[in-house]
Design a protein around this ligand. Sequence first.
Ligand code: DOR
Length: 305
Amino acid sequence: MARLEVAIGPITARNPIFSASGTYGHGLEMTGFTPIERLGGWVSKTVTLHPRHGNPAPRLCETEAGLINSIGLENKGIDHYVEHVLPTLVGIDSIVVTNIGGERDEELVELAARLDGQAEVDVLELNLSCPNVQDGKLPLATDPARSEAVVRRVREATTKPIWVKLTPNVTRIGDMAVAAEAGGADGITAVNTLLGLSVDWRSGRPGVATVQGGYSGPGIKPVALRSAWECAKRVSIPVVGVGGITSADDVLQFLAVGCAAVQVGTSAFSDPSRPGRLAEEVGALLDAAGIGDVRDVIGTIRDGR
Ligand code: DOR
């Protein structure tokens, strides 16, 4: 079968398929569905400095073409993650990416510093783009100067590679990627969820408690693909594509526009074993196309219009 190993900067992954943040929780909840070793890597749900309860229910709504979530970064905080989650990942033969988030720059800096000495963590993914917690303020990843500044501060706090997760809810995502690279990011994750709204007109109130939430799933794939393409053209650090990927063909589309790897999220909600099967399916597609190495697809149509 075709070679599937990819390099994401200094990181080598056995295949280009990672689970997206929020898909498989904080630890190894996924192992019953997808042995982690079948993935190139695994990304944690966002970890914050303090425990968070998240937004009130209902906060998940299934639409015809994906999910709207208004989770609000529910998690048990960094102390719990370090004491109870990281020990379960010792010896895992896969890339471990810890996604960190917070509402103040200082929180992100402190999180990065806390995780710097943790051997199990291979990469920090900096979530500057959650659509659900800003209390009327825009996520950091909508402001290039603010993003660059916070990435620079986090960069100083850690020796780990940093991927910056961007939002599709901007007009010029390429500018955001350039700002993250200028701040010292080692990779770009493109993209987080698209702002959406679900309503039940009979109830007289919105279907997701906070009126709007992050929309994910097949409906956002063209937006995510264009975003990843734009980022890949603008930066020299690797881009990890995410948004609406459900099939091996989708994976190869993201690689073709220049992504070094991809993350899969919403399609695992209807079929939790799906991400674990994708690598084999990518291999089969490459074999059928007579391509012996997945790296030969990366960036093949990055420069087109
Ligand atoms: O859509 C999202 N939901 N994106 C995030 O970054 C976090 C998550 C949440 O917890 O609300």
